[in-house]
Design a protein around this ligand. Structure first.
Ligand code: ADP
Ligand code: MG
Length: 360
């Protein structure tokens, strides 16, 4: 239904969208997630022609959107947008908010528009508010009206830009419930959201945006449980990390341990786990042979509170858990006693140790 090819958007020197490619089928529900400032809103605005892309193409059912001959208002009408801030006309009643577009732009009779509007207000649970004004409604109710208003235009695709982020937490679920209802009815939707549980439950596919591209896309199980790429993993697990690079045998152990301590303090980890991390780092280094290009990293997984130490050492395959055991059995025992898991992998010419440090 929607084909996006090599789409880019620059603001002066700032490259927001570098190269976006996607195919979206009718009835799909796409959640778009990613750190702020990665162009999620810009992408929706380009799709809806609220912004003019710098390059690339977008087509809807094989109709090129950026072609000069394309009837822009008509395309806009097929694609409704729901914003954070509801954008209702405050001087019109709820019913009038829903009928003004169909009467003025679609040329429907008032009676027909009213009938459809009442039906849609029932769908979003707000039929009794038809003759109220927007100011008399809560944020959640206004947002439900905004969704109904999109549907009143016989929209086929709805673009949601963080539809719940301006709402009180108590009102989020009523809006998400309405979006779920539309999903069941087969509406095609693109939803930029920070509500990860919602995205996981409702989406057919998830786009993770970063670096001006769709950095990783896949079914929600992949993105939320087993993301394939580094930045997606860091975003999903809310990983904070620090790295320390060692280039010679005479590395500064105390410097390293000091940096680790500052990192742990910043993330409010206990003295005990901080001490474990520090000791484990020292023992892990004792198991190494080559110190010419070694990276130690400490990662804190905010979501589940886990702390992971990893050691990357390029060179021929060498598993210190096997061979080191002979030379330094005590060190290995100390490590194992303080970790929930200790894994070794040889990947892309690098020896990688991953140790999950025991919590409190
Ligand atoms: P997101 O929705 O992922 O948080 P946005 O699409 O809103 O990101 O913005 C991406 C980047 O583009 C930001 O750095 C933002 O400051 C910049 N940006 C957005 N709109 C404009 C604009 N009209 N002019 C200049 N820069 C803009
Ligand atoms: Mg945004």
């Amino acid at each position: 239904m929607i084909t996006i090819k090599n789409l880019s958007k620059h603001y002066g020197d700032l490259v927001v969208l570098k190269d976006i490619n996607a195919e979206i089928k009718k009835g799909e529900i796409i959640s778009i997630i990613g750190p702020s400032g990665t162009g999620k809103s810009t992408l929706l605005r380009c799709l809806n022609l609220l912004e003019t892309p710098t390059g690339g193409s977008i087509s809807i059912d094989d109709m090129p959107l950026l072609d000069k001959k394309t009837d822009v208002p008509k395309i806009r009408q097929r694609m409704g947008m729901v914003f954070q801030s509801f954008n209702l006309y405050s001087h019109l009643t709820i019913l009038e908010n829903l009928t003004i577009g169909p009467v003025k732009l679609l040329g429907k009779s008032r009676a027909e528009a009213n009938k459809k509007a009442i039906g849609l207000l029932k769908l979003v649970g707000l039929a009794e508010k038809a003759y109220n004004f927007p100011d008399e409604l809560s944020g959640g109710q206004k947002q439900r009206v905004a969704i109904a208003r999109c549907m009143a235009m016989d929209t086929e695709i709805i673009l949601f830009d963080e539809p719940t982020s301006a709402l009180d937490p108590t009102m989020v679920s009523e809006v998400l419930a309405v979006i779920r209802r539309l999903a069941r009815e087969g509406m095609t939707m693109l939803i930029v959201t920070h509500e990860m549980d919602f995205a996981r439950n409702i989406s057919s596919r998830v786009f993770y945006m970063d670096e001006g591209v769709i950095y990783e896309e896949g079914p929600p199980e992949q993105i939320f449980e087993n993301p394939l790429r580094e930045k997606t993993r860091a975003f999903i697990h809310r990983i904070r990390s620090m790295s320390y690079h060692i280039t010679s045998q005479n590395y500064d152990l105390y410097g390293l341990q000091g940096e680790m301590e500052v990192f742990c303090e910043k993330h409010m980890l206990s003295k005990k786990i901080t001490g474990y991390a520090s000791m484990i780092a020292e023992e892990v280094l004792c198991l190494q042979k080559d110190f010419s290009d070694l990276t130690l990293s400490l990662s804190f997984f905010e979501k589940d509170g886990n702390l992971e130490l990893s050691c990357e050492n390029p060179g021929p395959s060498f598993n210190p858990l096997d061979e080191g055991a002979l030379e330094d059995e005590i060190g290995l025992k100390l490590i194992r006693a303080r970790c929930n898991s200790v894994d070794y992998q040889y990947e892309n010419g690098k020896n990688i140790l991953r140790l999950k440090i025991k919590g409190d």
